[in-house]
Design a protein around this ligand. Sequence first.
Ligand SMILES: *Cc1c(COP(=O)(O)O)cnc(C)c1O
Length: 480
Amino acid sequence: MLIFEKGQKGRGSGILPACDVPVVMPGEKDKRETDLHLPEVSENDISRHYSELAGKAHGVNDGFYPLGSCTMKYNPKINEEIASLPGFTEIHPLQPKETVQGCLEVIKTTEQYLCEITGMDRMTFQPAAGAHGEFTGLLLIKAYHESRGDHKRTKIIIPDSAHGTNPASASMVGYTVLSVPSTGEGLVDLKALQAAVGEDTAGLMLTNPNTLGLFDKNIDIITKIVHEAGGLTYYDGANLNAVMGIVRPGDMGFDVMHVNLHKTFSTPHGGGGPGSGPVGCKKFLADFLPSDLFSEDFGDKDKETSIKSIGRVKSFYGNFLIVVRALTYISMLGSGGIPEASKHAVLHANYMMSQLRDIFTIPYEGNCMHEFVMSLSDLKKETGISALDIAKGLLDEGIHPPTMYFPLIVPEALMAEPTETEAKETIDRAVEVFHRLYERAKSNPEALHEAPASTPVTRLDEVGAARKPKLRYNFQDNGI
Ligand SMILES: *Cc1c(COP(=O)(O)O)cnc(C)c1O
């Protein structure tokens, strides 16, 4: 039930004092033509309404959430405590800089830590998400080529094991995307890459570890091939959870990259934001960064802004409180804890994969990094049960399904990422559930086709939702 439907005329939560200034009414032309439908509900009802909604959602605090490519790790409560300190929350971005030195120091310190972790030289915190970071990073690449009068570089090379946002971001910046296939091992086909590069190559975007959960062992050769052709290299660092504190994209030959603070660095995500996708680059690109950098003494940032800058990609310093959370996380873990977290993330994924090998096909040989991909095509052929059916069955068991039907190069794919913050017992229980669903696929496939049974809504008409989406609530139809 929507909150509008719970409203009763005349009820409300109005506790505002009587107006003690002259009332000014808008002129005729500024008045609404229709009534504004605001729900009239008591504070008690509002409170229950939102608690009920929260209870219907599944978050990391509710249960296992092995959503591949998304790193749904636990968000430590201390991050929230620090981010709610009044010195961070009760500030205004237009305050004089001398009054927010502590906040600027938070950004500066986080920049230094993240540069140390990634091997980059400078970083902007404006981008509000990973995809926004990709867009920003590609603008840096474009600005670089243009600053050299090199206008013929119109293509971005992207392997077919990349995250879907990579080609989308390249298109948004105005580039043509050139796809490079993967080898049987799931790595970039070097011959195809060599054939793809040329005078029109603006750069390459590499998701590493890639969406198959594999670290490309030829990574230094890949960056070399692109550089020799005059292109720049972009590292999609959303999967940094597999490698942080162990290897650095900057040392592998990457010029630009983004980091997802709302994945690797434990800040909450999943509800559409706010996120943070800082973009780091090597020194030779720093002048092109957005205009939010400031000097060492945290002084006047405007003086620091280079005329070569691509300008702003978001207001002020981006989603600042997310940066506070990430800095808290990095400081709590320290230089010992950061690589430890990655090692456990990789260990957990390999453990879970090893426990599922007997029922699902693992399409690429060898160890995985922090996530792995399974193919359920054999199960589908045998029983008619698809990856979607298994995912829906998991919902009844209180487990959030893995990512489905991604990457596109694996049929009936499920991509799981257990993360380092789950206990062995949790992973074991999930493995047991997968085995149970596998048995059910064979013994009672009809029941699985009907799943889930315990959620607020059961099977949705997905075609209908895509073709005839209802994007607007109609008050009249609902008698309000
Ligand atoms: C999540 C993700 C992105 C996009 O990040 P958003 O914050 O969701 O925009 C890009 N690349 C990879 C590999 C990802 O996992």
